[in-house]
Design a protein around this ligand. Sequence first.
Ligand SMILES: [Fe+2]
Ligand SMILES: [Fe+2]
Length: 303
Amino acid sequence: MRSWDSVEAFETFLDGGGIVEVDDRMPDVFRDAVFAFIEMHANSELMGGLTERDWIPRSPGVKNKMAILAKTQDEVGHAHLLYMVAADLGIKTRTEMMEDLFAGKSKFHNVFHYQAVTWADQVAIAYLVDSAALMSQQAVFKNCSYGPYKRMLKRIIAEEGFHMRFGEERLLKIAEGTEIQRDMFQGALDRWWLPALQLFGPDTRDGDVLLRWHIKSERNEVLRDRWVQKYVPLLTSYGFVIPDDHLRHDEATGRWEIGEIDWAPLKAALANAGPDSARRIGNASKNWHDTAWVRAALDEAAA
Ligand SMILES: [Fe+2]
Ligand SMILES: [Fe+2]
């Protein structure tokens, strides 16, 4: 167990590439910040897994069903791993975190406050949302100063890569499909472009502790821009239209410049007041209560 005399000494350790482990005497401010970040990530994986689950019976064909089944299992698995890492920080137990989530008291990523309406939405989610999540997670993994989280991210990132590839494969199929299929994807793109873009969050504030303490390694706007520069040309080359009237290609710099972002939807989602927040939290909460007997039976058997 290591300890530091002051926050300054701790920061010097972090700046030197130091990795903090769960039994280290880390400053409380660091523990709280890391915990909040991992709890939100865990909640997001769980809420994402629940959306995937909704699509197991609705996916077209057995191959897609198997893929969505596997994706559901992956996302719920990610949540399990992350709740374990978060609980080890000793701030809340796993049950407390889940109870807070289902009571609408904690946060999860904006994209899981929207409803997937058609199969094309599922494809858009895998292609756009999983890729955005992967890009953010890779940036955290690169330089993450909290050891247990960094090790879990390695496993999670490997699986998120599959999700993105699944989305890419399905998207190519739709892009080469009928007009009806292409229209369906365009509709999904219109619904999911902005939420996916906002997954990176607003521009990072100067003095952000997550950056200072090497939990994050890149600013939100840098990651968002990297994603835009990658996905705008891909989507437009498949003949889809990005729902942004002010989007333009700057010939001089070779960059894609997007219009101003309206952050109101992000704020609403993070306050659990997004378009589908109430239904999603309500369903998850009902399921949690309906399955209380399973947990009680397991506890009894273990005792
Ligand atoms: Fe995941
Ligand atoms: Fe995923």
